[in-house]
Design a protein around this ligand. Structure first.
Ligand code: PMP
Length: 409
């Protein structure tokens, strides 16, 4: 297999869409990736040919819709190498998946039980645990970051203990791009009998994941960052854990029997999928995941890291720049955050968009604890996908140099 960035890029209609101003250089895939034509078509084709509710009807459209939805679940199971599709729960996204675990796995926790997070977490892997803390009196502990923006795993042994029930950490930081050495996290958690939840929002879009090889217990990611539709996400959890957890939401399709004397729950995964799920989005996501699974990821990662290296070098040359995260290319993905002395990230992003058509993200990236620990209110972030090319990086570096000149003039 090999990888040709130009033909990959040609699969994405957004890059041919008319746009006011300069041509689009999309470097915000960490927020939402663009979606290829065939995924958009699969999504639309489902609604055009098999739109009906799932799991309940007996007419042919309902059966076709149910089959398409369950086929998407199989695709998600394959993508994560989950032992069984029963372990795949469709959610609204990573946020929905983590809230589900915080609520339902959290319901099994007692006052004084501990959840270990890291300072690199996105708010969606912090706030659900704070809500649980308020409800159940659990204790939150935090793994600090190293100076190069990784989890400081040397601190793990001192942070886990007999009351640790869960270690919930990111697979890849949405700010620093650092990949987490999950082997060390799993070993430390196993030593005290704790489970491990992984926020895979930034990692899952960069190639298939093997949850069995990782040895983790829960894995969450979002469809819209993985080249799929909005409004769909995946939670994988080990069947015995999901079986033991109470439902998250109540409603249709998650029950076995309902009476006013009491109700009982459907087996997993339906127990966690109350109400009508996002059906066409699931079909689109399944299509995206099968397509991602067939790509040559060693070639793609080499391409993305070469571009990442260009960004790191170019940003380091800007006067007054500070990169948050690993300075090198080891154990990282193509997410680069940086501060520019005296300049607000929003001003930089707006100017670079207006003058050079470069879409960046500026702000705290839903990681305020990390920003505070670095003494910053926010950063500028460039995040890559395989459709990016040298032209995007040229536009970024030219745009940043021009913005710095103009804003500091
Ligand atoms: N975790 C990480 C690391 C993220 O980057 C994001 C999205 N910015 C999320 C969680 C939340 O994802 P979503 O908004 O799709 O639920």
């Amino acid at each position: 297999m090999s990888f040709d960035p130009a033909s990959f890029r040609a699969q994405f209609p957004i890059f041919a869409a008319p746009t006011p101003g300069p041509a689009l250089h999309y470097l915000d895939s960490g927020a939402s990736a663009q979606t290829p034509r065939h995924v958009i078509e699969a999504f639309a084709h489902h609604d055009a040919t098999a739109r009906a509710n799932v799991k309940r009807g007996v007419h042919r459209l309902a059966e076709a819709a149910t089959e398409a939805y369950e086929t998407a679940r199989l695709a998600a199971a394959r993508y994560l190498n989950a032992p069984s599709p029963r372990e795949i729960v469709f959610t609204g996204g990573t946020t929905g998946a983590i809230n589900l675990v915080a609520s339902s796995f959290g319901a099994l926790m007692a006052k004084g039980d501990e959840v270990l997070l890291s300072v690199l977490e996105h708010h969606s892997n912090i706030v659900p645990w704070q809500l649980l803390q308020a409800r159940r009196g659990i204790v939150l502990k935090v793994i600090p970051a190293t100076v190069d923006g990784r989890l400081d795993l040397d601190r793990l042994d001192g942070l886990v203990g007999p009351r640790t029930r869960l270690v919930a950490v990111t697979h890849c930081s949405n700010v620093t791009g650092a990949l987490t050495d999950l082997g060390r996290v799993v070993a430390a958690a196993a030593a005290v009998g704790a489970k491990v939840l992984v926020d895979g929002a930034q990692r899952a879009p960069h190639g298939p994941v093997d949850v069995q090889a990782l040895g983790v217990d829960f894995y969450a990611f979002s469809g819209h960052k993985a080249f799929g539709p909005n409004g769909i996400g995946v939670l994988w959890g080990r069947a015995p854990l999901l079986d033991a957890m109470p439902p998250f939401m109540g409603g249709g399709e998650m029950i076995s029997h309902v009476s006013f004397a009491g109700s009982s729950w459907a087996p997993i995964p339906n127990k966690f999928e109350a109400g009508t799920p996002p059906i066409a989005p699931a079909v689109g996501l399944g299509t995206a995941l099968d397509w991602l699974a067939g790509l040559d990821w060693s070639a793609i990662l080499a391409h993305e890291l070469r571009l990442t290296g260009r960004i790191l070098d170019g940003v380091a040359r800007l006067p007054g720049s500070r990169i948050l995260g690993p300075a090198g290319l080891q154990q990282r993905l193509g997410v680069v955050s940086f501060a520019l002395d005296g300049l607000h990230p929003h001003d930089v992003c707006q100017l670079v968009d207006a003058t050079h058509g470069v879409a960046l993200r500026g702000g705290h990236h839903c990681a305020q604890p990390l920003m505070e620990s670095c003494g910053l209110v926010g950063t500028v972030r460039a995040s890559l996908a395989p459709y990016n090319d040298d032209g995007d990086i040229d536009a970024l570096l030219d745009g940043l140099a021009a913005a710095v000149r103009q804003l500091r003039a």
